[in-house]
Design a protein. Structure first.
Length: 111
């Protein structure tokens, strides 16, 4: 996917563009497209319903079938986060203490 310049061709009193066959196949475009005018340009898309999204189960199955090596993620187990207890409602401050805000006060006033 990327951008490509297309030549505008005269078709009677109108103008048109030729879409590459590769793009037509990829997006399953037949005889018709839907044109949407947007603030950032024109969108051409196939007619009919959008492609259905996979469920979580289907996604997990597709990931398992892809044969990708996820062993690098196993190193995250060694970071010690499994031994840290989590207490809901107890906030822990990581940075320096909060400075109170005083209206009208400026820091680093010059004499």
């Amino acid at each position: 996917m990327g951008s490509r310049e297309l030549k505008i061709t005269r078709i009677g009193n109108s103008r048109g563009v030729r879409l590459p066959a590769e793009s037509l196949r990829r997006y399953r475009i037949g005889d018709m497209v839907v044109m949407e005018e947007r603030s950032d340009g024109i969108l051409l898309r196939p007619t009919g319903p959008a492609v259905a999204k996979l469920s979580w189960e289907e996604t997990a199955r597709a990931m398992a079938a892809s044969g990708e090596d996820w062993s690098e993620w196993d190193t995250l187990d060694a970071d010690g986060s499994d031994v840290i207890t989590w207490e809901p409602g107890k906030a822990r401050r990581v940075a320096e203490p909060k400075t109170p805000y005083v209206a009208g006060r400026r820091r680093n006033k010059r004499p």
